[in-house]
Design a protein around this ligand. Structure first.
Ligand code: UDP
Ligand code: MG
Length: 317
């Protein structure tokens, strides 16, 4: 029978929230099954991303209690994106549609209904979009929205205020599997797959328990990853900047010559120092950006595995 729904949930040190999340998701699945919208063989798959706490033990217990719960254990912590990808790639041959979401119940699970409805209408990719961030702290809201704006300005087109809460059909997942890159930035790649898509709006709640696993540092490196893996616009900007500075330096040359003939050459130490520092800084920054891309090329040529699965607890019905 069709319409098998798999929920994929990456978990990193989520022992505090996992039991409650499991309970609520199970209830959600049963209502959907009763409404005849999804197959009774649907599953909830937790991906343990190398947690240091009891997360994997809890997942194993859940699986023992009820086969609706499945678990994937990664060999070590690989970060949210890779954990999610590991989950998606592992379940794609079992499911007809897959919804990915966070373990902390910040993504309103009642949006699942609307996502499934859209799938049943023939949509392949449904993005969950936050309608407001009223519950986020001011800092989180400002940094997160700045993140999306920066991404778009740098040529990485993503769906505004969409994190990784989304439904994908099996054929969309098969499309995703074709992207062999190691530095995979899901939010940027998924829109490239194509197929009919739509959005569902939801209110983003507070983290149910525990702490955010995405502190500012991780978020910044995530933004740099995203931009450099999706676009080469920063390199283009550097070229533009270099050109601009070259034009300015011609102006400076003319200015210096004029000053020389006017007999006022010794003043200008300050301007000299300032420009040496400014240009030195710009050169280092530019080298850094170019270096980022070279680093990416290096990693891609090695084609290391994006994740290694230690164990897949799963029972097909
Ligand atoms: N996560 C993960 N690996 C990591 C960090 C986070 O699998 O290295 C998971 C985490 O368990 C959660 C999701 O990614 O399910 C989102 O993390 P979090 O809720 O801490 O981020 P925030 O909502 O604060 O942005
Ligand atoms: Mg969260």
């Amino acid at each position: 029978m069709d319409n098998k729904l798999y929920l994929v949930i990456p978990c990193y040190n989520e022992e505090e929230v996992l039991p409650e999340t499991a309970k609520r998701l199970k209830d959600k699945l049963s209502t959907l099954v009763q409404a005849g919208k999804i197959n009774p063989d649907s599953r909830i798959v937790f991906v343990n991303d190398g947690s240091g706490d009891r997360t994997w033990e809890i997942i194993q217990e859940l699986h023992k209690e009820d086969i609706v719960f499945s678990g994937i254990n990664l060999s070590r912590n690989r970060g949210h994106q890779n954990a999610l990808l590991a989950g998606l790639m592992t379940v794609k041959d079992h499911a007809d549609m897959v919804i990915s979401m966070d373990a902390d119940l910040q993504d309103d699970i009642n949006a699942i209904d609307a996502m499934v409805d859209k799938y049943l209408e023939g949509i392949d990719i449904v993005y969950g979009v936050r309608s407001s961030r009223a519950k986020d702290t001011f800092f989180k809201k400002a940094t997160a929205e700045g993140f999306y704006k920066l991404m778009n300005a740098m040529g990485a087109n993503t769906v505004f205020n969409h994190a990784d809460y989304r439904l994908m059909s099996r054929r969309a997942l098969e499309g995703l599997a074709e992207y062999g890159e190691v530095n995979l930035f899901l939010r940027g790649i998924v829109p490239m797959i194509g197929y009919p898509w739509d959005v569902v709006y939801y209110e983003r709640g507070e983290r149910f328990a525990g702490e955010s696993k995405y502190p500012l540092g991780k978020m910044l490196s995530f933004a740099i990853e995203g931009i450099t893996s999706l676009s080469t616009k920063p390199i283009r900007l550097i070229t533009g900047l270099g050109f601009f500075i070259f034009i300015v330096s011609i102006g400076m040359l003319i200015y210096s010559i004029v000053r020389h003939f006017m007999g006022a050459t010794i003043v200008g130490w300050t301007t000299l120092m300032v420009s040496v520092w400014a240009i030195g800084g710009l050169i280092l920054l530019s080298l850094g950006v170019v270096g980022e891309y070279i680093g990416k090329i290096y990693l891609e040529t090695k084609a290391r595995p994006r994740f290694i699965i230690e164990q897949f607890l799963h029972e097909d019905a």
